[in-house]
Design a protein around this ligand. Structure first.
Ligand code: TEU
Length: 536
């Protein structure tokens, strides 16, 4: 099997299962759920950062790259997790946060203490640029009492690393190789398209006032070197780059196999169609026409260009897709299965975010006291500073906060959703109705099982080309897959109303491969119906 017929399941370890009564999830909890994941049929588990961290950004502020956060367990627990997962045919993918480190990391502390060798690990300037942090505020902070400033594109406790320094690059290769030697062959690279930023920091008049530090050409050089020095040595490596604000052209360069950079890329354009003027902290209905345009454009260009997409609706940074794209109060189950089919039958590698397989929705938080995410807390204050009322600001946080997807996995209807016997680090959501115990043999879980099996067994799905279809429909997102003369037409009704369509003549003799309804009405899709028809 290659990454083209694998399905990857993302676990936010802090919220999966707590076996020690700490209120925080742990590695032993994941081990206990491996049989559940094997039954779902997934091939690889992506774990968000499990390393020592002050947890200012829930582990994306790393203070030691080659150890295990004691809140999650020990290195022996991790080694047992690897071994137990492999027994079930499941591999691990670890999160490599190589763009920045915690200011509590030894490198930053030594740099602060005046060690010139480690000061060159960071991006220091006498005069800061006008860049802003992605978590709000200035992207530069005073570097101790040196009179210099250090760059932090995220939280002030997340200092950007200077990738132009070959000593930094060599340390990064060592980090990846440490985990390879533990048997890890899957790697997700956090905001990796930002590592070429220092090109924009040379004292070059043409750079003044520009913050185009994303997708710099240098990034590709660094990735090719990282590939060659680490995971490129493994024939079965599965690598994915998280590409913030990227372009199709760059994602083709990042993921075309002959370039030896990464296997695939996450892009987020489809998860910004419910933004106003590209601004996350706003509230509006999603733009279906734009969603279709993005899927069709990215799908065709990556297919024609030999690139490879990571396909996903949910992750730990996003509110749950059911809340954003579905009339979930009336059609939660059909909406969940339609969303699943719309990516699992497409061209790319699908990712399932924990709880998606049972149709979990955003929590019913009622006050800012429920939210802990640094980005959300900063955004709430920014909204107030911009003149919104507390009620209006809260409504936006409720819609867009990253905490929406970070609530504890809902195992059963007992206290704290069966996640912990203690008060969870983040309150559980509306777990009474939606739990693994109630839904593991339910419609959504079984539908995911079928989609996962199809990707493993049908090369038309794993390797077929992608072509847009029914572009003019205002309700249906459709595409055609093709391989060796076989064709698959996938129709997805993205609305809570029936949607009429004229069947393409070539599919009149087609067989039904997937249908999230019990039957078919000729020329009409039911609300949130996905119908996949195959020829040959
Ligand atoms: O996220 C990258 C990123 O740009 C985030 O700001 C994310 O896109 C945004 O929150 C969506 O609104 C990665 C990690 O996934 C995220 O959890 C980290 O906070 C961030 O990098 C810094 O490491």
């Amino acid at each position: 099997m290659t990454f083209k017929n694998k399905v990857i399941y993302q676990i936010y370890p802090k919220s999966y299962l707590d076996t020690t009564g700490s209120g925080v999830g742990d590695l032993q909890g994941i081990i206990q759920k491996l049989d559940y994941l094997a039954e779902l049929g997934i091939d690889m588990i992506w774990l968000n950062p499990i390393y020592p961290s002050p947890q200012k950004d829930n582990g994306y502020d790393i203070s030691d790259y080659v150890a295990i956060n004691p809140d999650f367990g020990t290195m022996a627990d991790f080694e047992r997790l690897i071994a137990e997962a492999k027994k079930r045919g499941i591999d691990l993918m670890l999160d490599m946060v190589l763009n920045h480190v915690s200011t509590e990391h030894a490198w930053f502390q030594k740099a602060l203490a005046g060690d010139a060798y480690y000061q060159d690990f960071f991006i220091l300037r006498d005069t800061p640029t006008d860049w802003v942090s992605k978590f709000g505020g200035n992207a530069w902070a005073p570097f101790g009492d040196t009179g210099k400033y250090y760059l932090h594109l995220f939280d002030v406790t997340q200092a950007d690393l200077n990738w132009r320094n070959e000593n930094v690059r060599y340390e990064m290769y060592k980090v990846v190789n440490f985990w390879r030697e533990k048997g890890v062959h899957g790697f997700r690279f956090d905001v990796i398209n930002l590592i070429g930023k220092d090109e924009m920091l040379k004292d070059n008049p043409e750079n003044e006032g520009k913050a185009e530090y994303t997708d710099r050409p240098l990034t590709h050089d660094y990735l090719q070197a990282l590939n060659q020095a680490s995971f490129g040595k493994d024939s079965d490596s599965v690598t994915v780059g998280e590409m913030s604000s990227t372009t199709i052209e760059n994602c083709l360069l990042y993921s075309r196999p002959e370039r030896h950079e990464l296997a695939m890329t996450f892009n987020f354009h489809h998860l910004k169609v419910d933004y106003i003027d590209g601004q996350k902290w706003t509230k509006t209905d999603f733009d279906f026409a734009e969603l279709k345009r993005l899927f069709h454009t990215w799908g065709e260009k990556m297919s024609d260009g030999g690139g490879w997409n990571a396909l996903f609706w949910n992750n730990h940074d996003q509110p749950r897709a059911i809340n954003r794209f579905i009339d979930h109060k009336n059609f939660r189950i059909k909406g969940a299965t339609m969303l699943a089919a719309s990516i699992h039958l497409s061209r790319g590698t699908p990712y399932i975010y924990m709880g998606e397989e049972i149709g979990m929705v955003d929590p019913d938080f009622t006050s800012m006291a429920d939210y802990v995410d640094v980005e959300s807390v900063n955004a709430y204050q920014m909204l107030l500073d911009n003149g919104l009322t507390p009620e209006a600001a809260f409504e936006i946080i409720q819609t867009k906060s990253r905490d929406n997807s970070r609530t504890p996995m809902q195992w059963d209807a007992t206290a704290n959703a069966g996640f912990s016997t203690a008060k969870p680090w983040l309150r559980a959501g509306n777990h009474a109705e939606i739990t693994v115990a109630a839904d593991k043999d339910g419609e959504i879980f079984k539908f995911y099982q079928k989609l996962i099996q199809l990707r493993k067994t049908d090369s038309l799905i794993s390797d077929g080309t992608y072509k847009a279809a029914y572009q003019d429909s205002e309700q249906i997102y459709a595409f055609i897959r093709e391989l060796d003369g076989r064709k698959l037409l996938v129709l997805n009704n993205f609305s809570n109303q029936p949607a009429g369509f004229e069947l393409l003549p070539e599919f009149e003799t087609a067989e039904v491969l997937v249908n999230n309804y019990a039957d078919i009405t000729a020329g009409q899709l039911q609300p949130y119906q996905s119908l996949a028809l195959v020829i040959g």
